[in-house]
Design a protein around this ligand. Sequence first.
Ligand code: BG6
Length: 487
Amino acid sequence: PETGCLSIIVLGASGDLAKKKTFPALFHLHRQGFLESDVLHIFGYARSKMSDNEMRDRLRGYLTPCQGCEVLREEDVSKFMELIKYVSGSYDAEEGFLLLDKEISAVEDSTEGSSRRLFYFALPPSVYPPVCKMIKSFCMSKSDKGGWTRIVVEKPFGRDLDSAEALSTQIGELFDESQIYRIDHYLGKELVQNLLVLRFANRLFLPLWNHENISNVQIVFKEDFGTEGRGGYFNQYGIIRDILQNHLLQVLCLVAMEKPVSLKPEHIRDAKVKVLQSILPINDEEVVIGQYEGYKDDPTVPKDSNTPTFATMVLRIHNERWEGVPFILKAGKSLNSKKAEIRVQFKDVPGDIFKSKKLGRNEFVIRLQPSEAIYLKLTVKEPGLEMKTALSELDLSYRQRYQDVVIPEAYERLILDTIRGDQQHFVRRDELKVAWEIFTPYLHKIDKNEVHSVPYKPGSRGPVEADKLAEKVGYVQTHGYVWIPPT
Ligand code: BG6
């Protein structure tokens, strides 16, 4: 195991992402003993002038009790706060970074062993290049001590293929790919991580997982609230860049990829890239974009905005396994519910003698959130004297099955991976490039107003055209069964 100082530097420490996600995740990791407390130092860095204590006070309000605990223990909070220091400086001038390096070096000098520095960019991507330059010039881990420097970057990583590639090149000139951790927090979700196991550790699925048996796959993300205060930011990106190009596409890769050679991060990422490269160009006829009514009431959103807050899009994978199977990606804000799930719908039984088609089809559903669950819809005989069929389910609900197990937050797991140097759940440069290649032509059509977002009512299922599209490409609504999440 590595020894020596571990410095985690949160850049953009006073921003929303840092306060809501990064620091709370660090707090939980620390409380559970996953961070090496005796050699750990956390530095917040931002432009605002503040003392260490002011920074700590700002963070307090964002720390939540651990899962399964009712209250936040003051003892845990104060132990965590002791680790936090704050340095103020701008993102493109050397003084701040020189000061930061001085502070980090001071703690490193008092510890034996190597110097490990993890820079977490909770920053807008426009400042990634100058910040990378500053780190490279002034804040790299001390070579005489050994150790490493890693950077963790968040999306949006570019707006389209060209801007993303330009950003990748700028950063790539300063840091090696092995030092760059591109976060897609969906890859840190428990059930997304389970996909690899479900698919490749179960004999049951191996012969079924192909176009012979599967009719269609839906990957769905729904939120029951709008852009709330983020309108101005969201409007520059829209739902395709916000959710489909990263979160849903990453899930698609794990559902569709071939078995990786091994569990090594590079093998898994190679398998994902292959799927992405096999995706055909998007057909405009197989896209519906929408915008909820009232979105433009946000004063920060232009009145003529065409930015979609909803999109359904069919992706087609041109390979032996998936030819003809539509992958329906769907994401929307301000819809009728909040959930994220994968629905693998099987074809009808050939030569059916039970008329079971009327009830619906076999469907394998992986609910990512809320109430994580995996369930398989099956047609069975209804108990009783008559030979009646019914649609039922084999149901693995996590809350019931794993009652005492704490399911880690996506960010906790991913931050831990960055410290351990495991890049499996991070997006590699070539993966990112192909992901942008898939969506860029359509995104440019939206930007140029060549395609239009249709209005939908807040709190609805989204535009009716989207349901029609899913049905047209083969999705069949199942009847006679309503899954009630456990309380
Ligand atoms: C973020 C998007 O990446 O994911 C947000 O920018 C979205 O718009 C969020 O709300 C959803 O994450 P989760 O983990 O709550 O599903």
